[in-house]
Design a protein around this ligand. Structure first.
Ligand SMILES: [Zn+2]
Length: 106
């Protein structure tokens, strides 16, 4: 069993888990449902993790992740004005305040 993904939000990792399961890839979520539990560890040690049961599925799992990213509306983007990489949740460039979709402003 290998750790496939961590450091992403619980919603994203759940979505990935669902997509992998749909593809017949065996995987498990860890630390997903911690908010209701009396955890003994600090919250930052309990970020959700997705573990792959069979390492031979890793390449397939990665391609599922890639297609999930390209399907998603909320993805990282690159400013068309200054080429700085942007976080998905921002709609304007942090560097030059260019809009994410400058064409739509006309
Ligand atoms: Zn910019």
């Amino acid at each position: 069993m290998i750790r496939l993904k961590s450091g992403v939000g619980p919603f994203v990792i759940q979505q990935y888990y669902d997509a992998l399961t749909e593809q017949g890839i065996k995987c498990v979520l860890r630390n997903q449902f911690i908010s209701g539990a009396a955890g003994e560890l600090p919250a930052q040690d309990l970020e959700p993790e997705l573990w792959l049961m069979d390492i031979e599925d890793a390449a397939h799992a990665e391609s599922v992740w890639q297609s999930l990213q390209s399907d998603s509306e909320a993805q990282e983007w690159v400013c068309q004005a200054c080429n700085e990489e942007q976080e998905a949740e921002f709609n304007v460039c942090w560097n030059c305040q260019q809009s994410k979709h400058p064409m739509n402003n006309c």
